[in-house]
Design a protein around this ligand. Structure first.
Ligand SMILES: NC(=O)c1ccc[n+]([C@@H]2O[C@H](COP(=O)([O-])OP(=O)(O)OC[C@H]3O[C@@H](n4cnc5c(N)ncnc54)[C@H](O)[C@@H]3O)[C@@H](O)[C@H]2O)c1
Length: 331
């Protein structure tokens, strides 16, 4: 921690997503950005053009060197997916709290390692699943996962995006998979978090459509007790990034239409259809960056946890196996 009590934050990766985090941290008086890391000097130059208040920060091409020389209290990791694990381990190993972009890691064993290390070191890990901070999905979590409408017995959900698998995203060694592991992971995560269900078996097909990684995926799954669900991830779509879900509980059907903060929520219950207004709440963090800082300072708890990162990767890994082998896979 800086002498004035600020949390000193280093940024590992300065590409497209990192800039969102850089802009938010630049506006937080309790945070002090201290270093930028990227293997591309061009990416760092573009990042400081976009967020000029970072122009004077030391720049590194190797995060291990940054961790050694700068000793940040916290890091924000926004690099290709299969590189997350080693960066998380290096940061936690050196006593830095971690905000990591999704997917937290690629592989269940890596996710379990992260949780173990976080607990051994008494550090905070938050995953960049921003849907946890929207009013609509928070409402579903607080009502459906909490059992207000009785047990869940059916889920259907879909997401579409004009996703081309450009750059590292189309390289399996860096992406750990295609659109399912990229944007699709948001939908998988939020369904698991907001309903509290734990799938027991999946059966899936994936199509690459000319890429080296999956672009379109269709998944059927089972969950206890006698629950069924399906998820469609359509990476080959027209321009608008969109998604929706329906959740059938014993006492209600919940419909969510649209993306993140712009999503609408409708509840059908006892023959009545009600549009629920689930706005942001002053006692709830506005985004993952605020939640991360608040959790480090002890006035908040993580809402998008490493446990959510583990559940999402468990599901995605089983889907990838099922599609590859052409058989149902138990989780
Ligand atoms: N939460 C969201 O909605 C959201 C949106 C976009 C991206 N993301 C996530 O953010 C992460 C980055 O995606 P992006 O779109 O910013 O990609 P990007 O390609 O724009 O940026 C990635 C950066 O990482 C750098 N990099 C690669 N290897 C590195 C290493 N070993 N050390 C340091 N830097 C390295 C690259 O040079 C590049 O500048 C991914 O995990 C992605 O899934 C999340």
């Amino acid at each position: 921690m800086a002498e004035n009590g600020q949390i000193r934050v280093g940024f590992i990766g300065t590409g497209g997503r990192a800039r969102w985090h850089m802009e938010r941290f630049a506006k937080m008086p309790e945070a002090q950005p201290v270093a930028l890391v990227d293997t591309s000097a061009d990416a760092m130059a573009a990042a400081v053009r976009a967020v000029p208040s970072y122009a004077e920060l030391p720049q590194f091409s190797d995060y291990r060197e940054m961790l050694r020389e700068t000793r940040p209290d916290a890091v924000v990791i926004s690099i290709p997916h299969t590189l997350h694990y080693e960066a998380i381990v290096a940061a936690l190993g050196q006593g830095a709290h971690v905000l990591v972009e999704k997917p937290m890691v690629c592989g269940v064993e890596h996710a379990q390692d992260v949780i173990r290390l976080r607990d051994d070191k008494h550090l905070v890990v938050v995953v960049g699943y921003q849907r946890h901070y929207t009013g609509v999905w928070r409402w579903v979590h607080e009502n459906v996962a909490a059992g207000r409408f009785g047990p869940v017995h059916f889920i259907e959900a879909w997401q579409c995006q004009n996703w081309g698998g450009g750059g590292w995203r189309g390289v399996p060694e860096l992406s750990g998979g295609g659109q399912l592991n990229d944007s699709g992971g948001h939908l998988v995560d939020i369904l698991l978090w907001s309903t509290g269900i734990r799938p027991s078996e999946v059966s899936a097909y994936q199509e690459n459509r000319g890429l080296r990684v999956d672009r379109n995926t269709v998944i059927s799954f089972r969950f206890p007790e006698e629950g069924l669900g399906n998820i469609s991830i359509i990476g080959e779509s027209q321009r608008k990034f969109d998604e929706g879900a329906q959740i059938w509980c014993r006492d209600a059907r919940i419909r969510i239409d649209g993306m993140q903060g712009a999503a609408h929520l409708v509840v059908y219950r006892e023959g009545v259809e009600e549009e629920v207004s689930a706005d942001a709440r002053p006692d709830y963090p506005v985004d993952e960056d605020a939640n991360f800082l608040g959790s480090i300072l002890g006035r908040d708890v993580p809402q998008a946890t490493a446990e959510s990162g583990l559940e999402a990767v468990r599901f995605i890994e089983a889907v990838q196996r099922s599609a590859e082998r052409g058989v149902p896979v138990r989780l």
